[in-house]
Every structure is written in structure tokens, then in C-alpha cells.
Design a protein around this ligand. Structure first.
Ligand code: ADP
Ligand code: LRH
Length: 482
């Protein structure tokens, strides 16, 4: 049978990579062509993404990838670049961890109450939802010159092809999309004075998105025509598409800079209880809803490792495995951990404030983070099942956190459910498979997952039967936060 090659550009908050996927009727291989750091930059006006540096990394990656049948791009959600009337980028895209959205949500809710906003968009409250960013930006000089808004993957696709679009799964993180109709929520936009004309027309995963421009072909050494294909351009949507679950009642946890823990549903859950629990209804491929909660994730550890001068991660995790479990835990869902800086101190302070032993050594702090993440995973998966009335028997863990065996085991222990870990590069797999599907090489979503399950190594973690201790820790944390 035919084997085709696809380039998957996958930009995470901590690193960008260009992967090459080779897909045949019964084969699937993924290889890394190029990986580069994604380092946010603090300038006097705030925290910014170095998007030109990322674009240069994409071009280097495409050159390293060699000849491919098409290219797909996914990245972290919510952030965007603004273009002027000439199509030129107006300034560096603002990082979602920038402080400009502080206090903005409260202003928005004064016009459109939070409960109504949730009913219309199904989106969790996060200060960085594109909607709040837009309201924060509205009076800036830059915004006055903006004619077009492109989400990060769409911006890179525009630079590669000259064509503009707004991919749906990522658009669903703007808080301007209705998850029932899967199109713009004109009501929300009107009430809040957001001009939807800023956005390019919606695209669905699998849609054509243009051809690499001649200068891009020249720079990358590729032979044209090379199509760019819209994929599930929200990295989490691509990762969920690549959860290797077939015929199971499953929950998933996408672990990387964030942990995104939840369920794949056929319809959104828009109840008041769901809003109060801050679950989001983001859109997935094939009419699915990603019903999940954002948990601070390995960001907590990344920031500590940065503060400690980048010690060896493997060694740190081995030491953490020897620290007694559950001595102190923090609320890994707390938005207080969103901003960068001073992370070891902030974690120690949270333990002190809740009357628990204060972790001191690097190993103790690392252990506190991993125990806390496992506890937050447990809470999210349990609450999602209850709120969506959708019980599960197994939890799939994908993303960078699959390389952290301790975290996977603790998650299984905390939930009292088996954890199946892998693939690590789930977002890139989802990206590749949506391209292959558009070429008719794979069938539906189940076929994609079956192919992954058959071809990719997965690791299974059985719960070690100490669920009671986790239950007690969860109760302790709940009391501390009252
Ligand atoms: P993102 O896509 O958000 O940038 P990734 O999915 O690449 O994040 O995951 C990055 C995280 O994976 C790191 O912060 C680190 O905690 C974890 N990780 C990466 N490599 C290893 C490793 N060798 N051992 C344990 N954890 C690892
Ligand atoms: C993970 C992610 C997540 C969003 C956050 C901004 O990379 O896309 O799904 O909430 O970044």
C-alpha cells in the first residue's frame, strides 16, 4: 500500500518541534526532525512570545524534515498575533501568562454575567481566555491599527502560505464560540463589543489551508507544490485525537506544561454545577467536545528546575521517588501558580499557609509537586465523570509527562484506576493522523486510535491499592482551602 510522509509542527509552551510521520495502511512511524526551545521574553511592556524565532524554528524543521506530502501546525491555545491593513504583524504576541488580564474578567462579567457567558460558550474561567485578552488590549495603540487577528498556528500557516483562516478547535478556546453550534457566538461578541470581523473565516480540521509559498520552498529546499493542511490546531485537541483508546470507557490526561484532564463527549455540559467546578467544553475533531479541567501541570516543576539552575531531571525524579509520599500537598489547580518566578518559594509558602510541613530540599519540593499533581488529576477525573454522568474504567496519559514514571504511577494510585501511558508526542501524532485521514489513508477516529494502539509502545500502571491515603490527602487539602 501507499506510504505517505507528513510534517507535524507542534509548538508547546516549553518547546517547539517538527516531527515527520510516515503513515501506511497498517503502519505509523514518527521521527523528530528538529526541536527548539520556546523561551518567552520579558520586555518592559510585559511577557511576549518570540514568534519570529519560532517561525525560524519551523523553517529549520521543514528543511530537516525533507520532502513531505503535506504540513500541519498545532500549538498552545488562546494566544494570537494582530495584523495591520498591509498584513504585517503588529508587535510580538502577548504571552497568556502576562499580567495584562488581571481584573479584566470581573469587568466583562459586569456586562455579561459569568453564568450566562458559560451557558453560551461552555468555556472555563481562565484569565487568559482570548476574550479577556481582547478586552484588555482594546484601548492599546496597537489594537487601533489591527485589521486581522490570527491565532498562533493560523499566523504561522499564513506566513507559510499567504492564506488566512481560523481553525475551529483552537477557536473554541477564545470564548467566542458556541460549543453546540460549533460556530461563532455572535451574541457574546455583540454584547461585549468584540468585532468578529477581526477573525478570518473558520476552517475545520482536515481542510486545505494553502500551499507553501515559493520563498518558503526555496528556504526549506522542498519541491512544490506542498500543501498545508488544517489539523486540530489546538495542541490539546490533537493530543486527545491521538489517545489510543479503543472500545474503552476512558478519561485522558494530556500532560506537558499543563495537565488537561477530562473526557471526550458528544455534547457539551453547560450546567451551573459544571461552571462552578470550572470545567471547560473545548471542541475536538469529528463533532466531539473536550470536557476537561486545566491543572497547572509540569509547569510547577519546570519553574523550580529553572530556579535551581537546570539540574538533571532524571536524578531529581529518582530522589523524589525516595521521599515519603503525601507529606504536604498544594492545590495544583490554583491560578496563583500561573505567573512565572519564585516557584520553590511559592510552593513552600502554600504549604506553610495550609499548616502542612514545609518542603525544603529540591527532592522534597519535587515530591510535593508530583503528589499534588496526582491529587489534582484524581479530582478532575472524578468530578468530570460525575458532572458528565460518564463513568470510566481506565485513564490514558499522553504528552511529556508520560516520561515521568513516578507521576504516572502516583496518578494510578490516586485514582485507583489503571493508567495507560503513551504516546509521548500525542499532539504530533494527532496532527499527522488528521493529515493522513484527509488523504484517505486512515478511516474514522476509531481507526486512527486503533492504528496508534497497534503500533505505539504503551506502558500500563496498575494502582497500588493505597487509595485511602489519597482520599485523606484530598480531604486535608479541601479543608485547608475553606
Ligand atoms: P509542552 O508541549 O507543553 O511544551 P511537553 O509535552 O513537551 O510540554 O512536556 C514537557 C515536560 O515533560 C517537561 O516539563 C518535563 O517535566 C517532562 N519531561 C520531558 N522529558 C522528560 C524526561 N526525560 N523525564 C521525565 N520527564 C520529562
Ligand atoms: C496546552 C494548552 C492548553 C491551554 C493552554 C493555554 O499546551 O494549549 O490546552 O489551556 O495551553
Amino acid at each position: 500500500g501507499t506510504v505517505k510522509s507528513y510534517a507535524a509542527v507542534d509548538l508547546g509552551a516549553s518547546s517547539g518541534r517538527v516531527m515527520v510521520g510516515r503513515v501506511g495502511p497498517d503502519s505509523l512511524e514518527l521521527a523528530e526532525a528538529h526541536r527548539f526551545a520556546n523561551r518567552p521574553v520579558r520586555v518592559p511592556e510585559g511577557l511576549r512570545w518570540d514568534v519570529l524565532g519560532l517561525y525560524a524554528g519551523v523553517l529549520d524543521g521543514l528543511r530537516a524534515a525533507g520532502q513531505v506530502d503535506s504540513v500541519g501546525i498545532d500549538s498552545w491555545a488562546v494566544d494570537y498575533g494582530l495584523l495591520d491593513a498591509d498584513g504585517a504583524l503588529l508587535g510580538n504576541p502577548v504571552h497568556y501568562r502576562d499580567a495584562r488580564t488581571e481584573g479584566v474578567a470581573e469587568k466583562v462579567w459586569a456586562t455579561l454575567p459569568a453564568a450566562e457567558l458559560y451557558g453560551a460558550t461552555g468555556l472555563q474561567y481562565a484569565p487568559f481566555n482570548t476574550l479577556y485578552q481582547l478586552v484588555a488590549a482594546r484601548d492599546s495603540a496597537q489594537f487601533a491599527h489591527a485589521e486581522r487577528l490570527l491565532l498562533i498556528p493560523d499566523l504561522l500557516a499564513y506566513w507559510l502560505t499567504g492564506e488566512q483562516g481560523t481553525e475551529l478547535t483552537n477557536a473554541s478556546t477564545t470564548q467566542l464560540v458556541d460549543p453546540r453550534t460549533r460556530t461563532w457566538s455572535t451574541g457574546v461578541a455583540e454584547r461585549l463589543g468584540v468585532d468578529l470581523g477581526l477573525f478570518a473565516p473558520l476552517r475545520q480540521p482536515g481542510d486545505a489551508a494553502g500551499l507553501l509559498r515559493a520563498p518558503v520552498l526555496e528556504e526549506t529546499g522542498l519541491r512544490g507544490p506542498v500543501p498545508v493542511r488544517a489539523v486540530a490546531s489546538h495542541d490539546t485537541a490533537s493530543a486527545v485525537a491521538a489517545v489510543p483508546a479503543v472500545g474503552e470507557r476512558f478519561a485522558y490526561i494530556c500532560t506537558g506544561t499543563w495537565s488537561l484532564a477530562g473526557l471526550e463527549l458528544d455534547a457539551p455540559v453547560l450546567t451551573e454545577e459544571s461552571r462552578a467546578a470550572n470545567f471547560t467544553n473545548e471542541l475536538g475533531i469529528d463533532g466531539t467536545v473536550r470536557y476537561l479541567r486545566n491543572i497547572m501541570g509540569l509547569w510547577l516543576l519546570q519553574e523550580c528546575v529553572r530556579a535551581w539552575g537546570e539540574p538533571d531531571l532524571g536524578e531529581l525524579l529518582r530522589e523524589a521517588a525516595r521521599v515519603p509520599a503525601l507529606r504536604s500537598v498544594v492545590d495544583a489547580g490554583d491560578a496563583a501558580f500561573l505567573a512565572p518566578g519564585r516557584m520553590p518559594e511559592r510552593i513552600a509558602e502554600a504549604c506553610r499557609a495550609s499548616g502542612q510541613p514545609v518542603p525544603k530540599s529540591r527532592a522534597e519540593i519535587t515530591r510535593c509537586i508530583l503528589d499534588s499533581l496526582a491529587l489534582a488529576h484524581r479530582r478532575a477525573v472524578e468530578e468530570a465523570q460525575r458532572l458528565a454522568d460518564h463513568p470510566v474504567d481506565v485513564v490514558h496519559v499522553v504528552g511529556g509527562g508520560t516520561r515521568n514514571a513516578l507521576l504516572c504511577q502516583l496518578t494510578a494510585d490516586a485514582l485507583g484506576l489503571p493508567v495507560v501511558a503513551g504516546p509521548t508526542e500525542a499532539a504530533a501524532f494527532g496532527n499527522v493522523l488528521v493529515q493522513a485521514r484527509a488523504d484517505g489513508l486512515v478511516g474514522d477516529r476509531t481507526d486512527m486510535r486503533l492504528l496508534l494502539k497497534r503500533t505505539q509502545p504503551l506502558t500500563r500502571y496498575e494502582p497500588r491499592g493505597d487509595t485511602e491515603r489519597w482520599h485523606a490527602a484530598a480531604a486535608r487539602l479541601a479543608t485547608a482551602h475553606q
